[in-house]
Ligand binder design. Structure first.
Ligand code: ADP
Ligand code: MG
Length: 295
């Protein structure tokens, strides 16, 4: 394509709510075969709310809420914000020794007692016993599409908190349009397999890669790039979080959700200003049209 055509294409992108980093990005967009989508904040709104609290042995529900909210008051994660927001700030305990465990949860102390909140895997690795009852409560919540985390202190998990998110209203239509363009959608998430499958089914995605740690998302993109007859497939990645940045940079086309973090936007080639995923297919169609591969 001529430089003029590319410039026009870039300008048209802006009208569609798509910020294009540079004219060469349209070339990259044209070669895409697979679109990897982060779940939380990308396919879903990321506006989570606390929907269920289960207290385990040796704990009252009020204690479970208080310890969980206090720990999460130190984190910016969407799961953390939902849990912290469910308790008035005046009822929070005092938070000490806070440490974020990226993609897993948080450790710290509440009123001097060491405590942990996050995925079952984190409680296991911190040496807290998890009863079969609480594991079952986690599975049940995930089966309803919620994200369930465990909170524990003094040697054992003491409760489960389920937070739920809603799928963005246009996500299912956006996935259908990607398929119509011949692109394969893949859902990539750090959340549990069960919760991820639930969301995938809602929006019409068949291929799910779940329980992926933030540091491993980039390897999942590389693995998808290595698939296909020539050992090189064009992979786009759509994400919003700090934890998506490396994968966005690795992808042949990094697409940031404009309502997401600055880190994700900086790592990307395209930014969807409103965060509406319909703009992903718009971008691919724009690239194909600008470069003359569709009429
Ligand atoms: P995603 O890939 O869907 O954007 P993340 O990689 O950020 O999700 O997180 C993966 C999972 O780790 C979450 O679904 C949650 O179970 C757990 N997690 C991450 N941060 C926290 C936190 N601050 N508190 C509790 N759980 C957390
Ligand atoms: Mg996310």
């Amino acid at each position: 394509a001529t430089p003029t055509a590319l410039m026009v294409g870039t300008g048209r992108g802006a009208q569609l709510g798509i910020l294009v980093r540079g004219p060469e990005v349209l070339e990259q967009a044209r070669r895409i075969e697979v679109v990897v989508l982060d779940k939380t904040g990308t396919v879903t709104t990321g506006q989570m709310s606390l929907v269920d609290v289960v207290a385990g042995e040796g704990a009252e529900e009020s204690q479970v809420r208080r310890v969980a909210a206090t720990l999460e008051s130190g984190s910016e994660h969407p799961v953390a914000r939902a849990i912290a927001a469910a308790l008035p700030a005046s009822e929070l305990g005092s938070l000490g020794d806070f440490a974020n465990r990226e993609g897993l949860g948080v450790v710290g102390s509440v009123d001097g007692t060491p405590a942990v909140i996050g995925r079952p895997q984190l409680l296991d690795s911190e040496g807290l016993a998890v009863s079969e009852n609480l594991r079952e409560a986690v599975r049940a919540a995930a089966g309803r599409g919620a994200t369930a985390v465990l909170v524990g202190w003094e040697g054992a998990a003491r409760g489960v908190l389920a937070v739920a998110d809603t799928v963005k209203p246009t996500s299912a239509e956006a996935i259908a349009r990607l398929r119509a363009l011949g692109l394969e959608p893949v859902l990539l998430t750090g959340d549990s397999e069960v919760a991820a499958r639930q969301v995938a089914a809602e929006v019409g995605i068949e291929r799910v890669v779940a329980e992926v740690l933030p540091v491993d998302k980039v390897d999942q993109v590389k693995a998808l790039q290595a698939e296909g007859p020539h050992g090189a497939r064009g992979v786009a990645m759509v994400g919003d979080g700090v934890n998506d940045a490396a994968a966005l940079a690795q992808a042949d086309l990094g697409i940031a959700v404009g309502t997401g973090t600055d880190v994700a936007i900086e790592a990307s080639d395209l930014t969807l200003v409103s965060g509406d995923l319909l703009a992903v297919s718009d971008a691919v169609r724009l690239a194909r049209r600008t470069l003359g591969t569709i009429r």
